[in-house]
Design a protein around this ligand. Sequence first.
Ligand SMILES: [Zn+2]
Ligand SMILES: [Zn+2]
Length: 132
Amino acid sequence: MKYRLMDVLACPMCKKFPLELIVLSERELEGVEAPQGFRCSDYCGLKKAFLKDLEEEPDCCSCFSREIVEGVLYCPECGRWYPIIDEIPRLLPDKIRQEKDIKKVELAFLKKHADELPDKITKEGRPFNLAG
Ligand SMILES: [Zn+2]
Ligand SMILES: [Zn+2]
């Protein structure tokens, strides 16, 4: 998932924008160059700020050419977390995440990265977490 997607992604359950991004691993895309003068439009995922609040022009070419391989999108409004697995953000509604196969994958992801993630996700995150 490219950083620039933070500019458009909202929580599928409560529609909160922007979401918080926690990056676990990322890579630079080779041979991918941002269009001349590219910049995020409202919210810059790399700077974690609205462009209007920044004093300097952010380097949004990186938002275009850096891919998050694994990470978590967290909704500060409703406390839900959404995994980024194999570069794909999985912004699914609760009902689908409760399906056995999906829940299994997402819980395994959470367990694998438990040490790298804050308690608000591992212990209190919705719709499920590791606290049981
Ligand atoms: Zn940007
Ligand atoms: Zn939400």
